[in-house]
Design a protein around this ligand. Structure first.
Ligand code: ZN
Length: 735
């Protein structure tokens, strides 16, 4: 017992001793830790200086929001009649001390050759040789709700009422201004990159074509559209964000062919949200932060994610040719995800923005290295394509197939064309032959199996109907390669091109971890670029692949050549190729000037025709209608507004003071212009009051110009109108 007690005591002592040692050690460690905290210790390795000079700029490029055809659906009745959101050009200038590159994303349907040439001319006049054909990329977001009329080839002039100076001028000025701002804001900065997947924002609208690609190739991908977004984050030397630029493949056609309001569509709304997120107090288009959402290989990607249905029966459309028994092609329409097109635009734009916001916050991989740019002009009607060691083929003079006239499930044609036509239609071929002449045998043979509707390469009056000379261009920023594609590549076409360019860039070892992205609708518009296999099926995208079945192979060859030159640091010595034409004569304008405005005898411009209600709840739509002039009389409408929503500052000393809350660029406002047959017009300004609108007293204003004839002279007079004051009260927000 005594012995056991002794052993127990001994145990206790051991335990105490261990505790003592532990506490002493802890104290020493604690002292040691405190000592480290208070002393500076070894200094961290010096941070690498910023890799680049970076600058970002944004400028309004909205054209006349009235009477001009909207560019995209080729629907002659779809002319502008107001503004939902404004159009902007967003430019990024990057300099590595040795070279400089410029990337511009513009809220337009596509960049036309004419637009690019006019921008390059303006840049040369201002900057000499600093900004050139080889180091400036212009890319369109593919909104189908911007004014057309900025093309020099006949087909596009016909579909947009000619070459319209009033349309191309604001585009050129807006694009150049965005580059000016980026240029003058150049400062030491860093670029970070991040990739991520955007779900629920695009579906393949020609799965029948896609499935004609080889099975083993399709098996490498988990989806029939590319869902990746590549984002570049731009910061100054202190790490403060100055902008972001991302590429994502989806058609900006959430706004349908029935829309008449100028709109930047889903991609523009994503940019709008990102700029608002970074600078909540700024009005739209005035944030310090520049967020650009650039197009990519969106050729067969629709944002109308509920997919196509027959509008009358609600049943599925014919899978092969996307038509309906009751109403043909026009009745097969893809819709969703929203209940109407505004709602769909909002949802898709919000999805894309949300992913960009996340990628921007997470982007930590710094892009370093040097800049390169490679550019060539190529005659796309005459490229010899090496198919394999023994076989070669050629591209063709441009031509559109019958299924081009069918349109797509995002906006179908009204005539009896359907997609997937591999045989001509005697009726339409007869009309075509009588009016425009038949396609030559050589062109028919070259485009097989495409039945040719318009042999545009053989139509030269009054000017060529389609371009022959096309830009191919690649910019590299460290390990990021931007391939500027002169049209709309389908998903699989884009994948093949990215892969080939990546392989060539890696071939010399300098670009081992290169990220290749495609910038769609760049530099010159040549419609679609489908794969050879997709072309065989002749849905809309194949019928619109204008240089024939080997168009993609020719582009892969040409772009691979540029990539090889970049990999060998020899891009500067590439031959420029044949210069594209800049037509001075035979451009035509079918729109004409805007006529003088009519009005009722007792009316005055700006007078309210239909007044606001005295009270609205959050979530309601406030609306007021004014006697208006034609918005075309307002001339260059960039950086101004046709409408405003203002809140009364009830605490203001010395009377009423009003603060601007929204302009016509705001998502929440709609400026809707309507003209009757007597040239009398009115303008309705709607304010879709958000659920978080500050309760208070508001008014809505409208600004415009009207044209009258005094003697024989036209006179343009500014006017404005103001609604009654109304109150917004807290309400049940019903979205
Ligand atoms: Zn398109």
């Amino acid at each position: 017992m005594a012995a056991r007690k002794a052993r127990a005591l001994s145990s206790l002592e051991v335990t105490l001793a261990v505790l003592f040692v532990l506490m002493t050690t802890a104290s020493i460690l604690l002292i040691a830790t405190r000592a480290t905290d208070t002393c500076p210790g070894p200094s961290p390795p010096p941070e690498r200086p910023p890799a680049f000079l970076v600058g970002a700029g944004r400028a309004d490029c909205t054209g006349p929001p009235a009477e001009l055809p909207l560019m995209g659906y080729a629907n002659p009745g779809q002319t502008a009649a107001g503004i939902h959101t404004r159009l902007f050009s967003r430019a990024f200038v990057i300099d590595d001390g040795r070279r400089r590159v410029v990337f511009v994303s513009v809220d337009v349907g596509m960049i036309s050759q004419r637009l690019r040439l006019e921008v390059l001319n303006a840049l040369r006049a201002k900057y000499g040789q600093l900004y050139r054909r080889d180091n400036v990329v212009l890319s369109g977001t593919h909104t189908h709700s911007g004014p057309g009329g900025y093309f020099q080839y006949t087909l596009f002039m016909i579909s947009s009422k000619g070459y319209l100076k009033s349309s191309i001028r604001p585009l050129v000025k807006g694009i150049v201004k965005s580059i000016d701002i980026a240029h003058s804001s150049l400062r030491p900065g860093r670029i970070y990159k991040k990739r991520g997947r955007v779900d629920g924002s695009g579906v393949n609208r020609s799965p029948h074509s896609y499935r004609n690609n080889p099975r083993h190739e399709r098996a490498r991908y988990d989806a029939d559209v590319d869902k990746d977004m590549l984002l570049l984050k731009f910061t100054d030397a202190d790490g403060d964000g100055i902008g972001m630029l991302c590429w994502f493949a989806v058609h900006a056609v959430s706004m349908k062919t029935s829309n008449r309001l100028v709109s930047a569509d889903n991609m523009g709304y994503a940019a709008y949200l990102m700029e608002k997120h970074k600078d909540p107090a700024a009005l739209p288009g005035q944030a310090a932060f520049v967020a650009a959402f650039s197009s990519s290989n969106l050729g067969d990607v629709s944002p109308n994610v509920r997919g196509p249905r027959c509008v009358h029966s609600g049943l599925a459309c014919d899978y092969l040719n996307s038509s309906c028994p009751d109403g043909g092609t026009a009745a097969c329409q893809a819709l969703g995800p929203g209940e109407d097109m505004f709602e769909s635009t909002r949802i898709i734009g919000l999805n894309i923005f949300s992913k960009a916001r996340e990628l921007y916050a997470e982007a930590a991989e710094e892009v370093t290295g040097s800049l390169q740019s490679a550019h060539q002009w190529v005659n796309m009607t005459d490229v010899v394509v090496r198919l394999n060691a023994t076989h070669q083929a050629r591209t063709c003079k441009p031509a559109l197939g019958h299924s081009f006239a069918a349109g797509t499930t995002d906006g179908g044609g009204d005539l009896n064309f359907t997609q997937g036509a591999v045989e001509g239609d005697p009726f339409w071929d007869g009309i075509r032959d009588a009016l425009l002449g038949p396609p030559s045998n050589a062109t028919q043979e070259c485009h097989r199996p495409k039945p040719i509707l318009f042999s545009t390469g053989e139509m030269k009056w009054p000017l060529p109907w389609h371009p022959e000379i096309v830009d191919v261009q690649i910019l590299t920023v460290g390990s990021v390669a931007v391939v500027a594609v002169p049209g709309e590549m389908t998903t699989m076409a884009g994948r093949r091109l990215r892969e080939s360019v990546g392989r060539e860039l890696r071939s010399e070892g300098a670009f081992s971890d290169v990220d290749v992205t495609l910038a769609g609708l760049s530099n010159v518009y040549t419609h679609y670029i489908a794969t050879y296999e997709e072309y065989q099926v002749q849905r809309y995208e194949g019928a619109s692949t204008i240089y024939g079945p080997h168009t993609l192979a020719a582009y892969i060859q040409k772009f691979s050549g540029l990539a090889r030159a970049i990999a060998r640091d020899r891009a500067g010595s590439l031959p420029a190729g044949p210069e594209p034409p800049f037509f001075q004569r035979n451009l035509f304008d079918l729109l004409g000037g805007a006529k003088a405005d009519g009005k009722a005898d007792n009316a005055t411009f700006g007078e309210v025709l239909r007044q606001v209600l005295p009270v609205y709840r959050q979530g309601d739509v406030a609306s007021v209608t004014f006697v208006a002039g034609n918005p075309r009389h307002s001339g260059d409408v960039r950086d101004c507004s046709f409408a405003s929503v203002e809140i009364r500052d009830d605490d203001a000393a010395g009377g009423e003071a009003w603060t601007l809350v929204h302009t016509d660029a705001s998502w929440e406002t709609r400026f809707i212009w309507l003209k009757d047959s007597n040239r009398r017009s009115n303008a309705t300004v709607e304010w879709h009051i958000p659920g978080d609108a500050v309760p208070g007293a508001y008014r809505i204003r409208h600004f415009g110009h009207y044209k009258s004839i005094k003697g024989l002279r036209p006179v343009i007079t500014p006017y404005q109108g103001t609604s009654d004051v109304f109150r917004v009260t807290p309400g049940f927000y019903r979205r």
